[in-house]
Structures are given as C-alpha cells and as structure tokens.
Design a protein around this ligand. Structure first.
Ligand SMILES: *Cc1c(COP(=O)(O)O)cnc(C)c1O
Length: 386
C-alpha cells in the first residue's frame, strides 16, 4: 500500500499530541475538562467571547486542531452528531435553487436528509449510482454545486474511487464532499486525494468506545467558518464533555483501527472458506469487486464487513440469538464487536427491493469488528453457525 506523506509527524503521533504538545512544568499531560458553558468576557468588546454553542469552548478547540492535523485539513469543527455534521456541512455549501449530486449508496439518515429535508428548502438532489460510468457527468447541471458520497459505503462495503471524481469536481468547480466515517483517517484521508470537505460520524471510529455522540467536518479555514455559523444557529454544537471524551478516544485511534483492520481480514478469510457462509463482502478479499480500488486508495481495508449466511434471511435470527461475544446493536467502529441487520436498522425505511439494489439483500449482516482477539470472535461465529 502507498505510504502517503503526512508532513513531519505521523498520524499516530498527531493523534496523541496534536501538532504542539504542552511542555511547561506542572502542565497536565491530559487536557483538563472545562465543563463550563460560560467564560468571563472582556468588557467593551465582543472579540474573543467564548460560548460552547459557537464551537470555541477550550475542549472543542483542542480536539478540532488535532482532527484538522490528522485529516490534513486547514480547519475542523466538532458537532453534536454525524448527522449534525452532514447537515451543517451541506447547508454551508448549498442555497435554495442549488443542485447537489449525491451517491445513491448512502447512510439511511443522510439519504432522508438529502431527499426529504433538502427538498423543503428548495435544494435539489439527484441520486447517482456511483459505479455508473460517467454517471456524475451526465447528471451535472448549471446549478450543480457539489458532489457528496461515502467511501467505503455503509453497509455494503463497496469502495468508490475518489480519484476520478475529484478530477471532475476540480475541472467543473464543484466541491467534493466525502463522508469518510467507514474508513477513519487511518485508512483514508480524502483531502490527499482532492476532496474539499471530509465528514465523520465521530460516534464511530474517531471516538471508538461506544460512549460519545459527535460529528466532524474538515475543510478550508474559510469554509469551516461558514459551517460554524450554521452550527451556531441550528444549534448543533457538542457539549464540552463530548469533546473531552473524543480527545481521549482519538489518542488510541491508530492502534485500534490497525487491530480492527487485521481482525476483519482474518474474519473475512475465515468466513470465505465456510460453506455455511454464502457471501462475504470485504474489500480486502481479492474477489471483492472493488479490491483493486481499495488496494490502491486505502491504507487498510477497514474493520467493517458484510456476510450473508447460507441459512438465509430466516436463519439469521437464530444465528444472532446464539452469538455470545458479538452483540446485536446498530452502531459501529468501536472497541466492542457488534453485528447488525441493516433491514432493521440503518435501512429500515427502504423496501426489500430498494435494499437489494443497494447491495444489501435481506439476510445481509453487517459486522463491526472490535479489538478483541480474532480467534475468540471467530470461535463465537463458528458456534453460532452450528
Ligand atoms: C453513523 C453514521 C452517520 C450518522 O452519524 P451519527 O453520529 O449517528 O449522527 C453518518 N454517516 C455514516 C456513514 C454513518 O455510519
């Protein structure tokens, strides 16, 4: 895999220290939690006024600097959730009358935001099959402002190649907005490949411990300022404690994701060899349709995989009830291994046909691989398959 230039410090170092560790005698090694929503203000000026809803509380500022460094962006903003991040990121780019091209392979909540909420604001959205040749170009209009996509895709684990799309957006003066939640910055930094905006549900890999709800937007300093204005007015700022927890979670991002990558690969290979697993969806396997894109674009194949067991959609319920370590829960990206059925979670509002077209047929199980020992996770799958 390609080793990308990340400036002087490696990602794992940035995740612990940021760009400049505090070195004064008696300074705490861990950034203190400032659980205060009010700060004494200078008399006679509004300059420098702090208020957490403005995104300028001390804990927000610390974690924002660190996230910008990790993604290789000028600026970053932490918001109250991944959905809050997506909504504010796009509200800062689009006005009534504008047109957005979005991948049809999207997280369920994002899809509803784009197709239902944005319609009421006069923002038109066209969904594009990201694998259709020249699909983006064919649907571009005079009013098109941006392309929005996820890669790798939740939950199908398909990998959309950002490189040709970023040539197109640069050529046409559009913004390329990437929801990079599934990859985490350990496996992919979209800005290095020409993306303009990167969004994360920090609830997932960035925090990584199933105990914080938050989102991140990364981009140029001037754009981040516009997102901040939206966040203030739409009330999508995070609490100081969430920022402090995210700061703590980030320190172990690199080791967690490396372990999750390795565990997922081992599990995918094991599943591939089983007769009672009909299909395995993991971009690290050589027969995955996007393996070549994944191999050249990602630094790791990720901790998410999809399986379809041979017992079919009906057999999945029995399988899920027999699992002991893997727990049935809808989120992903944390240290505990989780399994979910998109038909009963992120993609519940679609019909079975619509889901099948997105590569998520009934019976599809999404595995979010944690940091436990791979052999224990495999043994648990094996006993539940019996
Ligand atoms: C979970 C998720 C979101 C939404 O994030 P929340 O933190 O739950 O609001 C957005 N995009 C993707 C790809 C996700 O997995």
């Amino acid at each position: 895999m390609v080793k990308k230039d990340r400036g002087s410090l490696a990602l794992s170092t940035l995740a612990v220290h940021g760009t400049a560790p505090v070195r004064e005698t008696d300074a705490p090694i861990v950034s203190p939690l400032h659980q205060s929503v009010n700060y004494v203000q200078e008399v006679g000026t509004a300059d420098g006024m702090r208020y957490p809803r403005y995104g300028n509380g001390p804990n927000a500022e610390i974690v924002q600097k660190r996230l910008a460094a990790i993604e290789g962006a000028e600026g970053a903003l932490v918001l109250s959730s991944g959905m809050g991040a997506t909504a504010c990121a796009l509200l800062a780019l689009l006005r009534p009358g504008d047109h957005l091209l979005a991948s049809s392979w999207l997280y369920g909540g994002t899809r509803t935001l784009l197709t239902e909420e944005f319609a009421t604001l006069g923002i038109e959205v066209s969904l594009v099959d990201p694998m259709e040749s020249r699909g983006w170009r064919k649907r571009m209009r005079k009013q098109t402002r941006a392309i929005f996509l996820e890669s790798p895709v939740n939950p199908s684990c398909r990998v959309v190649d950002l490189r040709p799309i970023s040539y197109l957006t640069h050529d046409s003066g559009l913004a390329l907005v990437v929801d990079s939640t599934f990859a985490s910055p350990v496996n992919l930094r979209p800005i290095e490949l020409g993306a303009d905006v990167v969004i994360h549900s920090a609830t997932k890999y960035l925090n990584g411990h199933h105990d914080v709800l938050s989102g991140v937007v990364c981009g140029t300093a001037s754009y981040i300022e516009e997102v901040r204005q939206k966040m203030m007015i739409w009330g999508q700022a995070p609490d100081p404690f969430a920022c402090w927890m995210l700061d703590r979670g980030l320190k172990t991002l690199d080791v967690r994701v490396q372990r999750q990558n390795a565990n997922a690969m081992a599990i995918a290979r094991w599943c591939e060899a089983r007769k009672d697993v009909r299909r395995v969806h993991y971009p690290g396997l050589t027969d995955h349709p996007d393996h070549e894109v994944a191999r050249t674009m990602l630094d790791g194949f990720g901790g998410m995989l999809g399986i379809e067991i041979s017992a079919g959609a009906k057999g999945t319920e029995k399988f899920l009830r027999k699992l002991k370590l893997w727990r049935h829960a809808p989120s992903l990206g944390g240290v505990d291994s989780l399994v979910s059925e998109p038909r009963y979670s992120s993609h519940v509002h679609l019909t079975p046909d619509e889901r099948a077209r997105l590569g998520v047929p009934d019976g599809f199980l999404r595995l979010s691989v944690g940091i436990e020992a791979a052999e224990d996770l495999i043994a648990d799958l094996e006993q539940a398959l019996k």
